[in-house]
Design a binder for this molecule. Structure first.
Ligand SMILES: Cc1cc2nc3c(=O)[nH]c(=O)nc-3n(C[C@H](O)[C@H](O)[C@H](O)COP(=O)(O)O)c2cc1C
Length: 277
């Protein structure tokens, strides 16, 4: 079987899940193309027998850049597909968002998988949550899910996989789903601080401009972040000089009020016994 797995990953957690899925499928002698969404060859999307698409969760939804990328893909009428995500425990709409975008392209989404992923959001109340996730168990579950998707397809069943998370295929109602619906990029730009350059630390290496998922950084010759910034803080996470930073008093309070561990346990999917820090 020809399988294409496409992922978006800022800090490597979703990539690990995608790699575990690909490794499992390759062991079964399938031909698997694994690609970061930024580098995808659209031919690989069209010609595969099974498509997997994964991303992290941002603000209880799929990152806006991911949705925009999928919208540029060709129509893939009735292409069997699965979705996957890594999250910090408040997933909201992320899986359904991916499903929804794929369905708009004509894909037949058969299931969805979710794993934990260590949080690198710089808000003081979030950073470092879920250390070392996905762990070996998470990756083994990802592998098992991908093999189940392949088996499901081989059996000729085009319905939903029994192994799928229900929220991958139909919209569910809840606190974080509501947050995901409300937290549109224009609102995030008002609520969350934009990274600021510490001029004395920047060596103009250009990495931030190259890696920004929405191309909101230009070099003049120092990095300038424009109004398209989606507050993903990727530039800050990857800057080797630690030359980007922002003040977190107000934004941190907003994030803490929505994504505190009590709410994430009550309304998200953090388990009571789960180690958060
Ligand atoms: C900007 C940003 C926003 C995030 N928002 C959420 C969220 O709303 N809910 C959640 O469960 N996790 C959230 N996270 C955590 C990530 O989804 C999680 O750490 C994921 O595993 C990161 O995957 P990656 O390393 O592939 O980018 C957020 C992380 C960042 C950086």
């Amino acid at each position: 079987m020809e399988i294409t797995i496409i992922y978006f990953s800022q800090t490597g957690q979703t990539r690990k899940v995608a790699e575990a899925m690909a490794a499992g499928l390759r062991e079964k002698k399938h031909s698997v193309r694994l690609s970061a969404i930024q580098d995808v060859d659209q031919g690989d999307i069209k010609k595969c027998d099974l498509l997997g698409v994964g991303s992290p969760c941002f603000e209880s939804q799929a990152p806006s850049a991911v949705k925009t990328w999928i919208r540029t893909w060709p129509v893939i009428q009735n292409k069997p597909a699965f979705v996957f995500a890594t999250t910090g425990g408040a997933p909201g709409l992320v899986l359904y968002d991916l499903t929804n975008e794929l369905r708009k392209k004509g894909a037949k989404v058969i299931g969805g998988f979710m794993s934990r992923g260590m949080v690198h959001h710089p808000a003081p109340c979030l950073i470092g949550r879920l250390p070392n996730r996905p762990n070996a168990k998470d990756l083994s579950e990802a592998r098992t899910f991908a093999l189940a998707a392949e088996k499901h397809l081989k059996s000729g069943d085009t319905g939903t996989m029994p192994e799928s998370r229900p929220d991958a295929l139909k919209p569910t109602l809840g606190f974080y789903q509501l947050v995901g619906l409300i937290a549109k990029p224009f609102l995030l730009r008002i609520i969350l601080p934009k990274p600021k350059l510490i001029k004395s630390l920047c060596n103009q290496c250009q990495l931030c401009a190259k890696e920004c998922p929405v191309q909101s950084i230009t070099l003049a010759p120092d990095p300038v972040i424009d109004g398209r910034c989606i507050r993903c803080y990727h530039c800050q996470n990857i800057c080797p000089q630690k030359a980007l930073n922002e003040s977190w008093w107000y934004g941190n309070l907003v994030i803490l009020s929505l994504y505190n561990t009590i709410f994430s346990r009550l309304f998200g999917d953090l388990k009571r016994e789960e180690k958060i820090y």
